[in-house]
Design a protein. Structure first.
Length: 213
């Protein structure tokens, strides 16, 4: 199956992509990873992207989509793939269509902003060893002290409430319109994000079975 995962930052797209990869035996294609690989391998589109990055400019949608198309032509994608991190905008979705990239199903993982703020703002990372914790779901034995090395637990800038809200605003403005875009094409499947990862996975896999039928 050729899939796209949609959802706000913190909705669990990366985790669910791993579940689908294991279940269906298809690769997850991350925009950031393939952009870095294309630049490292000095492909034609990779060199184009590098020229924009080196000049401090944003890489245009046309170059991003061309790099994705290069990646999707590789053997491991012949039975399907999951796109993670692209498309981010309706313009990118239209560019995918224009380049002949066909999508079977688009899964939107819906989680409220309130829940995402709780999930992300509770994350803590050890400044010394990098171990991860969460104030609600995986607390350390002593507040702000790493169980593993005794280091200080910190809040990363990405997990500060103001930053999270900014990322959510960007998602609502730029990416959320994709929900209607794919609904109109009859390709949208909505999954309500659950408290437990396994419960979300079960709902998601059930929706995929329905989409295949």
């Amino acid at each position: 199956m050729k899939l796209i995962l949609l959802g706000a930052p913190g909705a669990g797209k990366g985790t669910q992509a791993e579940v689908i990869c294991d279940k269906l035996g298809i690769p997850a294609i991350s925009t950031g990873n393939i952009l870095r690989a294309a630049i490292k391998n000095e492909t034609e589109m990779g060199l184009k992207a590098k020229s924009y990055i080196d000049s401090g400019a944003l890489v245009p949608d046309s170059v991003i989509i061309s790099i994705i198309k290069e990646r999707l032509a590789q053997d491991d994608c012949k039975d399907g793939f999951i796109l993670d991190g692209v498309p981010r905008t309706v313009a990118q979705a239209e560019a995918l269509e224009e380049m002949g990239v066909e999508i079977d199903c688009v899964i939107d993982i819906e989680v409220s902003d309130e829940t995402i703020l709780k999930r992300l703002s509770g994350r803590r990372v050890c400044a010394s060893c990098g171990a991860s914790y969460h104030t609600l779901y995986k607390p350390s034995q002593q507040p702000d002290v790493c169980d593993r090395c005794g280091g200080c637990l910190i809040v990363r800038k990405d997990d500060e409430p103001a930053t999270i809200q900014e990322r959510l605003n960007t998602y609502h403005q730029q990416t959320e319109p994709l929900i209607d875009f794919y609904r109109q094409r009859g390709k949208l499947a909505v999954v309500e994000g659950q408290e437990e990862v396994a419960a979300t996975s079960a709902l998601l896999l059930a929706r995929l079975e329905e989409a295949k039928a």
